[in-house]
Design a binder for this molecule. Sequence first.
Ligand SMILES: Cc1ncc(COP(=O)(O)O)c(C=O)c1O
Length: 257
Amino acid sequence: MNFFSYRARSITPYTAGEQPAGGFVKLNTNENPYPPSPRVAEAIASFDAARLRLYPQPNADILRDALAASEGVSRENVYCGNGSDEVLALSFAAFFDAERAACFADVTYSFYEVFAAFFGVRTAVVPLKEDFSPDICGMRAADCGGYFLANPNAPTGMALSAAEVEAFVASVPNRLVVLDEAYADFSGESCVPLTQKYANLLVVRTFSKSHSLAGMRCGYAVGDAALIEGLFRMKAPPRASRRSRTPHIIGRRSPAS
Ligand SMILES: Cc1ncc(COP(=O)(O)O)c(C=O)c1O
């Protein structure tokens, strides 16, 4: 007897890369070979394990506030997820579908294709240019509802300047640009400030790479409050008949009831 749903049957399972024990730098996952800041170790050492008996804040508001302060935005502009992978996955689910295609480069973060397939999102794949830079004109011409753009791109390492990103975002006001800044700290330029100016820009960032905290699984998005609300809808869909989200959240917190 196969109990798989249609969706589970139609998916080719993702095979995670090998995690060899000790002494290796894994280039394919771009793990940071250096340890995180000593202040991370201090914070972990001072953590009161008794707090783990409580469920966490459902929306991670303490972290959202801290990120909002450091990024110069408001809490309503920040969404925190289980790694930026979860934020990217929810972006596919919240903003794209079979009609509204997601456009991305042929050589880019391989999970875009995986998430699109999982959520039944149509894709428009545009080849990189000969010098491996993104073909902005080709992307603009694509039949799509928006874009996933890794900047710098992975695995090519090519980056658009903030001015180039701005020109692109401004030229497609009716399409969403999801800018994946997993490696932006290495290029020294983030486009987060542009989210204050453009409601069609969602910047996704992670603690996994430059902060050397891949094991913590913490990523976040910064963008217009309406986009952040879209991500929350996918995370914990409120029941249609409820006027308030509160009973839903209490339900999640009390699994035995
Ligand atoms: C371009 C890009 N985006 C996003 C991610 C996901 O990172 P995480 O889920 O650890 O935040 C990766 C991880 O390798 C990546 O290369």
